[in-house]
Design a protein around this ligand. Structure first.
Ligand code: SF4
Length: 236
């Protein structure tokens, strides 16, 4: 069954908290209307959340991102996501920050490049917990905001999502391409409108290290955590 065919247009006036644009109605796999959305941050999930709201999909946000380092960055991303969920009245599950477990699983992959096997492990870990929570709490579908960023390999993310859902007969992974149909542009528009925090690296200690090494090679300052926001002038 094709899940992303526009069958109607949701009018923004029906949803007063949404960005005032018309959107295609989305249908999760098997026609389900209840979804557990793994969210990595407010900028990536803002468009996904608004698109699901406009389609009348009942969803809950599951925030499980023990990859994010340091804790200050983790708290900024999480708290901003909580605030945006509250604005729309969306339930938010704040899962563990078991970073020791993440570092243990990343052992031996510290020098791997982004989009490599460390990232597969990182997506697997986050999807595994999301799938378990969905299975134990009656969600028939999981999906994630991870793939909306153009920096990510969507095929890699979707492989991990399908792998996580596979052990459960009662669970499907929704591999919808959230970038499509203007999704990428709306992600930026919403981020500017909401003045979201603009993270400058993917999230883990190794991506922070590598981004800073690159910046130094360009004669730029290293990243300052907590200072850059969408819509502001460039911060160096
Ligand atoms: S670069 Fe991003 S996806 Fe890859 S391991 Fe680090 S936090 Fe996870």
């Amino acid at each position: 069954m094709k899940t992303d065919t526009p069958v109607a247009i949701a009018k923004a006036c029906d949803y007063p908290t949404l960005t005032p644009i018309d959107r295609p109605i989305l249908t999760p796999p098997s026609g389900h209307k209840k979804v557990l959305l793994h969210s990595c941050c407010a900028p990536c999930s803002g468009e996904v959340m608004e698109a699901m709201l406009a389609s009348g999909i009942e969803f809950t946000i599951y925030f499980y991102n023990p990859n994010i380092h340091p804790k200050k960055e983790y708290e900024i991303r999480k708290n901003e996501n909580i605030a945006f969920a509250q604005k729309h009245g969306i339930p938010f599950i704040d899962a563990d920050y078991d970073m020791d477990n993440w570092f243990a699983r990343a052992k031996g992959m510290e020098q791997d490049p982004e989009r490599g096997r460390r990232c597969t492990m990182c997506f697997d870990m986050r999807f595994e917990r999301t799938a378990l929570y969905a299975h134990e709490n009656g969600f028939p579908v999981i999906t994630s905001s991870l793939g909306i960023s153009r920096w990510k390999n969507m095929a890699q993310i979707n492989d991990c999502g399908h792998r996580a859902a596979a052990p459960y007969d009662d669970l499907e992974y929704w591999d919808f391409n959230w970038r499509k149909g203007g999704g990428s542009n709306r992600m930026i528009e919403i981020s500017k409108r909401e003045h979201f925090y603009q993270q400058e690296y993917c999230g883990c200690a190794y991506s922070l290290r590598d981004t800073n090494n690159f910046r130094r090679s360009q004669g730029r300052e290293p990243i300052k955590i907590g200072v850059k926001y969408y819509g502001d002038e460039p911060v160096e």
